[in-house]
Design a protein around this ligand. Sequence first.
Ligand SMILES: [Zn+2]
Length: 150
Amino acid sequence: MEFLKAIGLPHGADKGVINAAKEQASQLQEALYAAKDTIGAQKDRIASLVEQAKALEVRISQREEYVLEPIGPGAFAYIRKAAHDAQKKGPWLCQPCFDDGKQSVLQFSKTDWHRDAYKCPRCEAILWVPNNNEMRAQTASLTRGRFDDF
Ligand SMILES: [Zn+2]
C-alpha cells in the first residue's frame, strides 16, 4: 500500500503495472548502491589527493629554504638560505636528488691537487670543489751524487 502510494499508483492497480514498478524500483535501488560506491571511492580519492597536496606543500616550503649555488666549476648544490654564508663550505645537498624530492648531503670522498671530490651517497654523483691544496715541489738531500752509479 505504501509502495503504491509512494509511486503514485491507485489502490487495486494492475499486477503487471505493479510488478513493472517494483522492477524499476529495484533497478533504481541498484543504481543508488552503485552511486554510493562511486561516491565512496571518490571520497577516498579526494582524501588521498588532499594528503598528496599537503606533502607537496611541505616539499615546496622546504625547497624555498634552499638556493642552488655553484660550489665549483660546473658543480651546483643546494645550500640552506638561512645559513647561506656560514654554509658555503657545506653541508651541500645533491641537486638531482633534491629535485627528486630527497635531501642527500654530499659527503667528502677524496682530495686531489686543487680540488676535493664530494660524493652523493644516494645517486653517487661526484662533484669537484676547489681547495687550497697546492702542488709542492719537494727536494731530498742526496748523500750520493746523481751520477755515481754510472
Ligand atoms: Zn644525489
